[in-house]
Design a protein around this ligand. Sequence first.
Ligand SMILES: O=C(O)CCC(=O)C(=O)O
Length: 271
Amino acid sequence: MLKFLSDEQLSNWKRDGAVWPIDLLTTAEVNDLAQRLEILEASIGVEAQSKFRIKAHLPFPWLWDLIRNPRLADIIEDLLGPNIVCWGSSFFTKKPHDPRFVSWHQDSTYYGLEPPESITAWVAFTPANALSGCMRIIPGSYKGDAILPHEETFGKNNLLSRGQTILGIDESAAVEMPLQPGQISVHHNKTIHSSRPNKADWPRVGFAIHFTTTDVHQTQFANPLAIHIRGDDPEGNWIEDPYPEYELSPASVKACEDYCKRYRSAIAARI
Ligand SMILES: O=C(O)CCC(=O)C(=O)O
């Protein structure tokens, strides 16, 4: 029995390894989030995506609220079942007329999860469409067992930290996932995806939230942290993320930076 999605959305998910658009937030709710991000970036003087990585939510109670939104939990439960954690989150933002892009990749490349099963809910804070550089997927590409080889290009305008790229993708097979503010897409971590530069007059702002099931292990380092969203974690695979005492508390910023270092050095040791 589905809690939020329709049968059609679930069958699209099984076919494509992604489902969109899903109405999640009201206009008032998404405007509030977009405004909080704008105020934050004005106060810190840099893009949030450059400072808060892997677990961008750690210093922000309002992002914890978004991640724990019961409607979002219902959507994720429809796709993953009852035992759910959120192990990470990241902003993906492009300014108006911004050449930055995301190259074709599979998220599972560096996640270090075993089994490699994780899904991402991408929440649109502003309109994401063909003009503003919405996400594109290769439908059905999640079905193979393999994580495909990725070349690390470290491209200047690539929003991915290592510019990891699957070469030779047939772009004629690509499908766009346009979203209105407050809508989300969800994609499987093996679904091949990318996004083009923002040619619009408005910023394209998204917040990606990574979920998995409690039986999945982090194999790259010990004592991984997550927000327990629903259900049980009988093996105790995930330690609860520290909730911030207040927005941008020094402890919460340090927790975010430390986790990012831990994650990045695990990847560097592997490569
Ligand atoms: O926001 C984008 O353009 C890409 C996002 C992405 O790669 C992801 O959420 O996994």
